[in-house]
Design a protein around this ligand. Sequence first.
Ligand code: PMP
Length: 439
Amino acid sequence: MTSAPVPTAAATRDAAGLPVTLDAARLREDFPILAEQVNGHPLVYLDSAATSQKPLAVLDTERDFLTHANAAVHRGAHTLAAEATELFEDARATVAGFVGARPEQLVWTSGATMGLNLIAYSIGNASAGSGAPASARLALRPGDEIVATAIEHHANLLPWQELARRTGAVLRHIPAHDDGTLDLDAAAALIGARTRIVAFTHVSNVLGIVGPVAELVALAQRVGALTVMDACQSAPHLPLDLPALGVDLAVFSGHKMLGPYGVGALYGRSDVLEALPPFLTGGSMITTVTLDEAEYLPPPQRFEAGTQPVGPAIGLAAAVRYLQRVGLERIHAHEGMLAERMRAALVEIPGIRLLGDAPNAERVGLWSFDVEGVHAHDAGQYLDALGIAVRVGHHCAAPLHARYGVTASVRASTALYNTTDDVDRFVDAVAGIRPYFGA
Ligand code: PMP
C-alpha cells in the first residue's frame, strides 16, 4: 500500500508571498485548560465542534466588565449604565463586523438553537397574521414548502418540522450523495414555485464539508424563497462574509468560537429583519405600550426582549478579536492541514470508515467515522482513557447517521489550538481500538 505524504504545518503565503504559519504551540499558552492531565495523560482536546476552549483574553474581558463596568444596559441614566451600554453595543459592532454585517443586522440570542427557533417562530407569527403589513410576505400558507437539507443538525430541522405543523406547510429535504455532498440536481428539482424557505448548514457538524452556499442561494432566489443558514461550524474556522454569501438569515453560537456560553447571534438582511414580527415580547423591545397594545422598536432591539447576556456578548467580542488577530485564512489553512493529516492516517487503519470522505471537497478540520465491530461509545471510552477527548453519538444529526446505516459515530474536531502532535496521538490511539476490543 502506498501512503500519501503526511501533511505537516506547511506554510501558506500571505499577500506579500511570505510564508505564514499558525503557531499552535504558542497559541496554546492562551488556553490553560489545554495543559490539563486527563486520566494520567496530557489532554488531547478534539471536541471543539461541540464546544471550543476559551482563551484568557475572553475570560479576562468578561471578568473585567463584571468587576468594573457592570450595569443594566439601555436603561439607567447613570455613568456606569452608559459605560456598560457602550461596551455592549461595541461588542455588537465587533461581532457584526466579523461576519461582514452592520450592527443593526445583528441580534443577540442565547445560541444557534435559539436563533433558528426565533426565525421559525417569528415566521409562524407572521403566518398567524401578526406583525406589520410587510410581515405578510413571510407568511406561510397550507401547501407552501420549506426545503431543508437531509444533513442538518436537529437545531436546523426540528424548528421547521414544528413550523410546518403549525402552518400546514410541507417540509421537504435535499438528499446527500454517499460521499456527503448534497445532491444539487435534486435540490434544483425540489426548490420550486411553492418553496418559501430554504434552510441549510454552511458546514456540516458531522461531515466537516463546506456546503454549496452559492448554488443553494441562487436556487432559492430564483423562486423568491427565504434562505436560512446555520453558520455554527463555519464561524470559528473560515472567513465569513454573510452579506457576500447572499443569505437572508444566519445564526451562530458563541461557545463554539472561543466565546462564552449563553450567547450567540442572528444575522439578518435588513429588509427581512424589518418584516419579521417578534418572537419574544416584553421589556426593552418597545416604543410605546398601553394596556391593550404595544409598538415595537426596529431591529435588532425588536428581537431582544428582556435582559440580554451582556457579559457573554462582551466576552464574545473578545473571542472574535482573538480569532481576527490570528487570522481566519490562517486558521482555515492550519485546520485543513490537520484534517488532511488525520485523514491520511485514518484511511490506513483497517475497519475505519470515514463519513463524508468526498474527494476535493472544501472542509474544516473535522472527521466522523465508524469503527467496524466496535460501538462508538466504547471507542470513545478507550480514547478517553488515553486522555483524548472526542465526541461519540449521533451529534444531534440522527437522520444523517441513519443515512449511513449507523446510529452513532466517533467525531474528532479541531480548532486553531490543535497541533500535529494532537493528531498523531489521536490516530495512534485509534489504531489500537479494534485490536483492544478483539474486533
Ligand atoms: N448547528 C450546528 C451545525 C451545530 O453543530 C450545533 C451545536 N452542536 C448547533 C446548531 C446548535 O448550537 P447550540 O447548541 O449552541 O445552540
